[in-house]
Design a protein around this ligand. Sequence first.
Ligand code: SF4
Length: 369
Amino acid sequence: MKTKNKIDIKRRKTRTVRVGKFFIGSKYPILVQSMTNTATKDITSTLKQIKQLEDYGCQAVRVSVRDKEDALAISKIKPVISIPLIADIHFDVNLAFESIKNGADKIRINPGNIGDKKKLIDVIKFAKDKGVSIRIGVNAGSIRVIRENKVNFLKWTVKQWADEMVKEAIEYVDFFEKFGFKDIIVSLKADDVERTVLANKIFAKKTDIPLHIGITEAGPLISGLIKSTVFIYKMLSYGIGDTIRVSLTDEPYKEVVAGFEILKTLGFVEYGPTIISCPTCGRCEIDLIELVKKVEEKIYSNPILRKKAEGKKIAIMGCIVNGPGEAKYADFGICGGKGKGVWIENGKCIKVIKESEWLNEIIRKIMSF
Ligand code: SF4
């Protein structure tokens, strides 16, 4: 299928897998997801975080299920959220059962750390009955041969890592499919770009299963973002990737903004405006950094403003000396001076407005579209 994107790529053809009200696969847009970092049983905090993720446009949310109480909480959370809920399960396959019973749309498991194969088969059958999809997650650090201390991986090449990860993923996929279960999504993750790219490339050639792509434990905001952006760009330029998570050691909503910004830059989606702001210099006499932060938060966290501002370029410049020239190609914006600034529209200086009105004027302008 030919997609409309700036890097002009053809997405790898995959089967379609349903996750709640969304579908994942090459016939559908790439889905952006994130994960809460609250204890799921703390329903109030979890709901607050999911609501914020929804406001920022998140399309599916994963929650940790560490015990029965977490699984039970799903029954309270699910009815009041509007995006699909994915239950993250480790070790205890009974929690997969409980999560499905309580309304999870998808389960994420690493079959390698679920010892009880008989119970896993029961989960596969139960998920099939309930129309719940399953992500099989294989992470480099926890592949079986390493867990069982069977190899000395210290000298492994990137190719050896990728081959082992794929081998394990295919083994699990075969196991699931043996029981007629096809609603599978796979992720192959390492904490570096090279191994993750190669593992996904090898896997993508062998199956039509949709891929959830991302770097695991990517790191703090800046380094995590850089790593994830390079990785996602590489994968998407090969046509691989049906759902993404930009994992960051930061607030979850930032993962959503990052995911959409990467897809927007590559021309896959529209997501709010493009904010053109200067880096500030000695000429700047206002708190531009704070202003830009406020504008960004206000627009991106509000689905109506975000939608209305789609495709617009908003300039926010730190002085009236160079600002107007640099804001020439923006749709509108402000060049700030001490206490007042110049309002620009389509390259022309329109009026002078008070500093206290800058943010409101930007919002008013967006609402006029
Ligand atoms: S717009 Fe003005 S404040 Fe901003 S970097 Fe340029 S000269 Fe400095």
